[in-house]
Design a protein around this ligand. Structure first.
Ligand SMILES: *Cc1c(COP(=O)(O)O)cnc(C)c1O
Length: 413
């Protein structure tokens, strides 16, 4: 590989078939946003659509809008709109609650379904909420949890015929490593276990084929790569054949077969609506609606192709420009095992990220020492990666990071 220059990055942008999509988003000038895997950016159409929902549907329509604007079916309708992004069929996805709450619902439902077994397999390197929720679920259900140690590459080794459920995150939130969903799902099924995939860092970043791989359950956020807005409700996917026999534990009235009969006894809906609990936050759904419109215009294979090129450029440029500064790449070098992020460890990770943010480059820090850069191909340019690495180089060269103002930790890192 020859020397990479700013000019060669600009040329890549000129040849980029996705470059026009940048226009769909509000991107503050002077900011390079590498945190779209934590909180996605604002799509331009979202403000107007929310204004309409607030002023017309809520302000004028009032309670009539549950029917007239079809608010009542937004969780199912937007679930169907999201389904193609994860390779699911109509009626298999619903938007509701948070990922944390959905993990609880699917874990308990899966354990009840696979009641002759009592082990949950998950991994210490999982996202904390997956660990914390599964911890509570095993206490509640009188089950056991088998934790795969951090750094263990043979996941399948931990699955045997005592396992009821395997709960894994498809793309690791710190390293960006991708698990082989098809292979692990197959192995679990062979031994009679159900699988739950957490897709928070996958949806909107890589093509997914849940139905094709026979996945039982999946959950994921809409506020990361999907740009649904801060705290936007999450999704649940359930394989259609499982739906009639499930018992979802949070039996709120919205998951009832006939909520407006106001029956005394709970009768679960038999379709994906059984994963609803309470009244859906309609304004947040409105934002998800417009953010999914942008994805309807793209082929996820094209997005993935650009994502790989951007992450590769980042890795190559760090080697070319910042080799002197102790950054250790923790993201897989093999593009097929790498999600849409690039992470490095550095002993001074926190102040370095703070100095970068002060320069307008927004990445994030994950304890204890990880600098994490999310790569959202819908709006990032190759030249943004070039500029990011140049800022990083400047911060290291001048020891700008070593200023006391960059060393105080805020509540959200
Ligand atoms: C971001 C993330 C979550 C977040 O869950 P919330 O309930 O939305 O806070 C869960 N799992 C993974 C893997 C994540 O990356």
């Amino acid at each position: 590989m020859g020397q990479i220059t700013k000019m060669s990055c600009i040329q890549l942008d000129e040849q980029d078939g996705l470059s026009a999509l940048r226009e769909e988003f509000v991107l503050p000038p002077e900011v390079i946003y590498l945190d779209g895997n934590s909180l996605g950016v604002l799509p331009k159409k979202t403000s107007l659509q929310m204004k309409t929902a607030i002023e017309k549907e809520w302000g004028q329509g009032l309670i009539r809008s549950w029917n007239q604007a079809d608010w009542i079916h937004m969780p199912q309708r937007l679930g169907d709109k999201l389904a193609p992004l994860i390779g699911a069929n109509e009626g298999e996805v619903i938007i509701t609650d948070s990922t944390s709450i959905n993990i609880f619902k699917v874990l308990v439902a899966a354990l009840r379904l696979n009641a002759t077994k009592n082990v949950i397999v998950t991994e210490s390197a999982n996202f904390p909420t997956d660990l914390y929720i599964s911890e509570s679920v095993i206490t509640m259900m009188g089950c056991e949890r088998r934790l795969i140690p951090e750094g263990e590459s043979n996941i399948e080794k931990f699955i045997d015929d005592s396992v009821a459920v395997v709960l894994l995150t498809h793309i690791n939130f710190k390293t960006g490593e991708i698990y082989d969903m098809e292979r692990i799902t197959q192995k679990a099924h062979m031994l009679g276990a159900l699988v739950v995939w957490d897709l928070c860092h996958s949806v909107g970043a890589v093509p997914l084929h849940l139905s094709q791989h026979g996945v039982d359950f999946a959950v994921g956020c809409t506020y990361k790569f999907l740009n649904g807005g801060p705290g936007a409700p999450a999704f649940v996917y359930v394989k259609k054949s499982l739906l009639p026999s499930l018992q979802q534990p949070l039996t709120g009235w919205m998951g009832h077969a006939k909520p407006f009969n106001f029956d005394i006894d709970y009768q679960s809906a038999k379709d994906i609506s059984q994963f609803l609990c309470g009244t859906p936050p309609i304004l947040s759904y409105t934002a998800i609606d417009t953010s999914l419109d942008v994805f309807a215009k793209v082929d996820m294979h094209v997005v993935r192709d650009k994502s790989i090129k951007l992450t590769q450029l980042f890795i190559d440029l760090m080697e070319q420009e910042c080799a002197d500064y102790q950054f250790q790449l923790i993201t897989p070098k093999d593009a097929n095992s790498r999600g849409s992020m690039v992470s490095f460890t550095h002993p001074e990770g926190y102040p370095i990220i703070q100095a970068l943010i002060a320069n307008g480059v927004i990445g994030d820090f994950r304890a204890p020492n990880i600098l994490r850069f999310g790569i959202a191909p819908l709006y990032l340019r190759y030249v943004d990666i070039w500029n990011t690495v140049q800022y990083l180089k400047k911060i290291m060269e001048t020891s700008e990071w070593n200023h006391p103002k960059f060393k105080t930790r805020e509540a959200v890192t």
